[in-house]
Design a binder for this molecule. Sequence first.
Ligand SMILES: [Zn+2]
Length: 180
Amino acid sequence: MSDLFPGEVSREYDLYTTHSDVYSGEIVLRNELRDFLFGTADSPRRGFYILYRRASKRQLCSCVNPQTREKESGCTLCSKMGFVFYDEMIMTYLSNASLRVGVKSLESVDDVGISHPHVPKFYFQHTVDPSMNDEIIVCNQYDDGTLVTPVEKKRTYNILNVIAYRDINGRIAYYSCISE
Ligand SMILES: [Zn+2]
């Protein structure tokens, strides 16, 4: 039997076993991202903190019309999200994604035609469980990556997509969110 179908090994495997217990030398993506974000004794921190504004999936704001589900544009309670929300300070890593088609509000027309934008792509640990109702708020930070307090908001991003990267047995290793 080839290594592609490690029959004997997989019998020992369950969701709560780390890969390295079973496959010696196998990397564990959750741990790799944690070390990448927070740094270790041997490697620098590459992440920084943002405010993660999590919309409650169960509780709409009082400004939402129960029939039409429309929210009031000027609502100050939910800052136009339409949901009750709460903020968390979460470590993330920021990179760029380029989009070929689609998001009209991001496209710009210049001398050579329509240019496709580079948009921010945030990476989150498996515990974050992002949703497209949520918002990512980038704030001023100290050199150690923590947020300046009181919080100074720089920019709020809407989440355009959420990708869950899965590992062995379908367990979620980490998330990415393209945002605008
Ligand atoms: Zn509201």
